[in-house]
Write a protein that binds this ligand. Sequence first.
Ligand code: GAR
Length: 187
Amino acid sequence: MKKKIVVLASGNGSNAERIITFFRENGLAEVTLVITNNPKAGVLERCHRLEVNTMVASRDDFYNNQLIFNKLKNIHPDLIVLAGFLWLIPAEIIRAFRDRIINIHPALLPAYGGKGMYGHHVHEAVIAAKEEKSGITIHFVNEKYDQGDILFQADTLITPDDTPESLAEKIHQLEYRYFPEIIESLL
Ligand code: GAR
């Protein structure tokens, strides 16, 4: 039987799309649902095109009325994958799915992590600090932003002419290359 993946995404959803198509091609798993907190997220259009189920969830659905918790319990996913998801995962979900929730972060944690450190904010801070390299971190999710055990890192050099935008592109290429493979290795 195919393994079940639930993806959580707040934005554009290019990683979500990569994961969906990777597992469609290899057949090991299926993204059964994509949950977003953002009704305008690009990931919704991508999922519509790819015919993947989506759900838009409010703060109440996450933190108060247990809608998301109950939905996840019903689906019983093998893995919950955060792909550009910006809200903290409630403790009861962490407890119920311990070691089955992972996140990708667009920097080499523990540097450039924590609340507010997402997407372009990360790349702007890395460029402003004149770092020589950056990269991706894939880690388990715990109750604190970006602090769960690290599963995998890959890095890329930053050249003097790099901008936050060009660095974001390099990071995305690393994400597309490694994230589906790391997910596969966990399933
Ligand atoms: C990705 O680069 C991901 O690492 C980052 O958001 C981007 C989402 O891109 N996540 C974080 O910053 C989490 N703190 P996408 O929507 O195109 O997949």
